[in-house]
Design a binder for this molecule. Structure first.
Ligand SMILES: CC(C)(COP(=O)(O)OP(=O)(O)OC[C@H]1O[C@@H](n2cnc3c(N)ncnc32)[C@H](O)[C@@H]1OP(=O)(O)O)[C@@H](O)C(=O)NCCC(=O)NCCS
Length: 153
């Protein structure tokens, strides 16, 4: 099934899926709050992949219009559907979405505690020059990005 824009009917299920982002840190708890998910869905920023009737994965995308960059605010795949290619599919969708919106770069920031650097690297991201950053008391994080070739008009 293809990846589609989420609707308000999906908010509860996306909130449930995004609970895989819970690493016990207050900093990331918004990602699995209905309020935040509802706001992002209302703004048309969340895209979902279904397996049968279930939401199997969700990605939240933001475009920084002035600087032509797109960032992945959150990406999550339901535990029972992980390691089946859904995360990569969501990233491939995000790349196309970014390029279709004229972006020259896509980036993501991840806490090392998630242990997903390799996932992003397998999806084509490279670590930003500044490398791994120590961030506040909750742990280290890292920015990864992908540059897109400039599109000829
Ligand atoms: C990270 C996440 C989105 C990946 O989704 P997924 O559907 O499991 O990933 P895929 O099956 O598409 O994996 C693509 C490739 O990355 C690899 N990969 C996936 N997760 C990985 C991990 N944690 N560590 C190392 N490699 C990983 C897969 O083995 C696969 O490699 P292959 O192409 O050589 O077979 C998912 O595991 C998840 O929701 N994790 C919890 C939330 C999270 O950490 N989100 C990111 C926070 S920044």
């Amino acid at each position: 099934m293809t990846i589609v824009q989420a609707t308000l009917d999906d908010v509860i299920e996306i909130t449930e899926v995004n609970k895989v982002l819970d690493i016990g840190w207050r900093l990331v708890s918004k990602f699995y709050s209905q309020e935040w998910v509802g706001e992002q869905v209302s703004n048309g920023r969340i895209y979902i992949k279904r397996r049968q009737e279930d939401v199997a994965g969700a990605v939240c995308l933001s475009i920084e219009w002035g600087i032509h960059r797109c960032y992945i605010d959150s990406i999550a795949v339901r535990t029972s559907f992980q390691r089946q290619g859904i995360g990569r599919e969501l990233v491939e969708f995000a790349k196309k979405y970014a390029q279709n919106h004229g972006c020259v770069k896509m980036w993501v920031a991840t806490m090392l505690k998630y242990g997903v650097l390799e996932f992003y690297q397998k999806c084509g991201f490279t670590m930003a020059d500044e490398g791994i950053q120590a961030e506040n008391t909750e742990g280290a994080n890292c920015r990864l990005s992908i540059d897109f070739p400039e599109q000829k008009s």
